[in-house]
Design a binder for this molecule. Structure first.
Ligand SMILES: *Cc1c(COP(=O)(O)O)cnc(C)c1O
Length: 501
């Protein structure tokens, strides 16, 4: 299987090259040249398989330059019961008669980024060996919270790698800060930047764009990489859990093979829902993909009008991991929907770059609307949804998942479609516990309480076990005390890697 760029201006590469490079040289995203197809018979067989076996089925088609034993190695190191609380890895929970919740937050950081970031480091290390790269890889991440911790956990003690995460000193929650400063592992570093997320992100971009720094790194035996969500190595493991959810529903006799189901996905960068689209193209019986946004509803507008317009106010919401105005992975959908029309994709992306907006043609819009349905949920509706689902069922949603549930309600009202549906749940309610407790118990219940105290409040109310890593967090020793000014991030990297300027 070879991978080509969505922009069509560079040679095709193997999956190992695509994973090592992340972004194609022409600025495009790597896409596989073919889509692997699964028959109903093969899908039925998955219902008897473990999550690891299901993952191998999907991966061996797309990463065919890896040996089966290499892939087995990646899968068995990433998806363990120890790291994901149980053997199911991504269990489904029946919420209503025709609605299941797919829980993607049983991993080490209690959010869905673990599904991809637990396995990507293993793909990457093997990719380096395969492509004859002998340098040590240094992952640089700027994070507004979730991604940084998930990357730290994923790369922890992975041979041949180091990871440096920059987080804004103001602007992450107490739990998120503690998660990063208590990070274990002999190759992990986290640094608080005196500034906001943009300062941290611009600092990392500056490092990546600095040719002198890059050359200095190479001389010292290092190579930078970013592990961000446009990497094919992050996308492909996300296809697995859509098949897995379907297989589990078959196993539970909720559906019969061939029955179509809907998926509702709380969306930011369009990575998660794009993986669902791949699953559909691969033969998984899917009716509609419902794209749920928060007040940063660029995608809602795009899917409904065909106009993508990022020229709007950026809003901080209670579902911060979806506060995004440029959904990078959408470029892959545009490429697939136009059957590989790179010229169109280039034109749209260049308009996005220069004018901040573009409009797709009628045919493309129609094709997108045949598969996708979109709406959004504001903060107040999100909190109401958490409360009402809790009162009706006792099940506690996090804010991101609540966005999806609210949008699903809107979908049913608007379409009367009663197809069995899976709502993708992207974070544990414990991860965003302040908003969740407020939604269930009211403002007074959170007054004067730390996020750590709120863990037990939520535990009493929900009966849901506090994830081990969050429960232990408060008493963990702080191992990373480094801070730096945004302008000094390069120096911090050199110091960390012990490089003389
Ligand atoms: C990253 C994230 C999302 C958005 O996923 P995309 O793949 O960027 O669309 C949703 N919820 C949570 C909790 C996340 O961390």
């Amino acid at each position: 299987m070879l991978y080509r760029s969505t922009r069509g201006n560079c040679a095709s590469v193997s999956s190992a090259e695509a994973i090592k490079k992340g972004l194609a040289e022409d600025g495009g995203l790597f896409v596989p040249e073919n889509i692997i197809h699964f028959s109903n018979e093969q899908i039925l067989k998955m219902s008897e398989q473990s999550y690891q076996e299901r993952a191998l089925n999907i991966l061996e088609g797309y990463l065919d330059d890896y040996t089966l034993s290499e892939l087995k190695d990646c899968v068995s190191q990433a998806y363990t019961a120890k790291k994901f609380e149980s053997d199911s890895i991504a269990p489904i929970h029946k919420l209503y008669e025709s609605v299941n919740i797919l829980e993607l937050w049983h991993g080490p950081t209690s959010a869905f980024k673990d599904m991809a970031l637990q396995i990507l480091p293993h793909f990457l290390v093997k990719a380096l060996k395969k492509t004859g790269e002998n340098k040590e890889i240094v992952i640089l991440v700027a994070t507004s919270g979730d991604t940084g911790k998930a990357a730290l956990e994923g790369f922890k003690d992975v041979e041949g790698t180091k990871i440096i995460v920059f987080f804004p000193n103001q602007g992450v929650s107490e739990i998120q800060r503690m998660q990063m400063v208590t990070q274990e592992g002999n190759n992990t570093f986290s640094v608080a930047v005196n500034g906001n997320f943009d300062d941290a992100q611009n600092g990392v971009k500056r490092i990546f764009n600095d040719k002198d720094v890059m050359a200095l790194m190479e001389e010292n035996g290092y190579k930078f990489s970013s592990a961000n969500s446009i990497n094919w190595g992050r996308l492909v493991p996300q296809i697995v859990y859509y098949f897995s959810a379907y297989a589990d529903m078959l196993k539970n006799k909720e559906i019969e093979i061939g029955d179509k189901i809907n998926f509702v996905v709380p969306t930011g960068n369009f990575g998660n829902i794009l993986a669902a689209y791949y699953a559909k193209e691969m033969g998984l019986p899917i009716n509609k993909l419902i794209c749920a946004s928060n007040d940063n509803n660029v995608l809602t507008d795009f899917i409904n009008t065909g106009i993508y317009n990022k020229n709007r106010e950026f809003k901080k919401t209670l579902s911060p991991s979806m506060d995004i105005l440029i959904s990078s992975n959408l470029e892959r959908l545009l490429y697939l929907i136009t059957e590989g029309n790179s010229e169109m994709v280039c034109e749209w992306m260049s308009k996005l770059n220069t004018e901040g907006s573009y409009e797709v043609d009628q045919e493309t819009k129609k094709k997108i609307q045949n598969i996708f349905w979109a709406d959004y949920s504001n903060d107040s509706d999100t909190l109401k949804t958490i409360e009402s689902v809790y009162l009706e069922t006792g099940y506690v949603l996090d804010t991101h998942t609540a966005v999806a549930v609210d949008v699903y309600d809107k979908y049913v009202i608007s379409t009367s479609d009663i197809t069995k549906t899976v709502i993708v749940s992207t974070a544990s309610p414990y991860k965003f516990n302040e908003s969740v407790v407020k939604a269930i118990l009211g403002e007074d219940a959170i007054a004067g309480k730390s996020e750590f105290e709120l863990l037990s409040v939520l535990n009493e109310k929900s009966g849901l076990k506090i994830p081990e890593p969050l429960r232990e967090l408060k008493d963990k020793p702080v191992l990373h005390k480094e801070t730096c000014e945004p302008a000094k991030m390069i120096d911090k990297v050199k110091e960390t890697l012990k490089i003389e300027a």
